[in-house]
Design a protein around this ligand. Structure first.
Ligand code: HEM
Length: 130
């Protein structure tokens, strides 16, 4: 995908406003999910800010996350947390619901989720039975 296509994707999905709404729909679900909630702090605001910055750049928008936090190294940043396949599925499920709540069209949703799926399963670092 060229840089041009990437910035078009970010604009196509509705830019910063849509990313913000996705993040705001996503974390309440994460905090209610029995497999995910225990991993997250109750003060979720700072996590939401980082996710907003990260997803903006992940979907081809401005490089907000790297500008502040340096190289994303997202798999390394997740090593402190026991991420199983089940938890990756749960994370993706919450994200799918958040995108639906925000009203993204189905084909766009599928496309964005497909890209997140690669990362989510790449972050798995713990066998299911641990
Ligand atoms: C596979 C399932 C996943 C789980 C269980 C998970 C869990 C977590 C946890 C526990 C944190 C730390 C919260 C804290 O600061 O205390 C975190 C941070 C973060 N996650 Fe995930 N995550 C998953 C997948 C993803 C994916 C697919 C992405 C994006 C592609 C992502 C992006 C982020 C970002 C940007 C942060 C903030 C990193 C920072 O501290 O700078 N996560 N995640």
């Amino acid at each position: 995908m060229s840089e041009q296509d990437r910035s078009t994707l970010f604009e196509w999905m509705g830019g910063a406003e849509t990313v913000r709404r996705i993040v705001e729909a996503f974390y309440p679900r994460v905090l209610k999910h029995p497999l995910l909630a225990p991993l997250f702090p109750s003060d979720i605001g700072p996590v939401m800010d980082k996710q907003y910055m990260f997803l903006s750049q992940f979907f081809g928008g401005p490089t907000l996350y790297s500008d502040v936090h340096g190289h994303p190294m997202m798999r390394a940043r997740h090593m402190a947390f026991p991420i199983t396949v089940e938890r990756a599925d749960a994370w993706l499920g919450c994200m799918a619901e958040a995108m639906e709540e925000v009203g993204l069209p189905g084909d766009l949703r599928d496309f964005l989720l497909q890209r997140l799926k690669g990362s989510a399963y790449h972050f798995v670092n713990t066998p299911e039975d641990e």
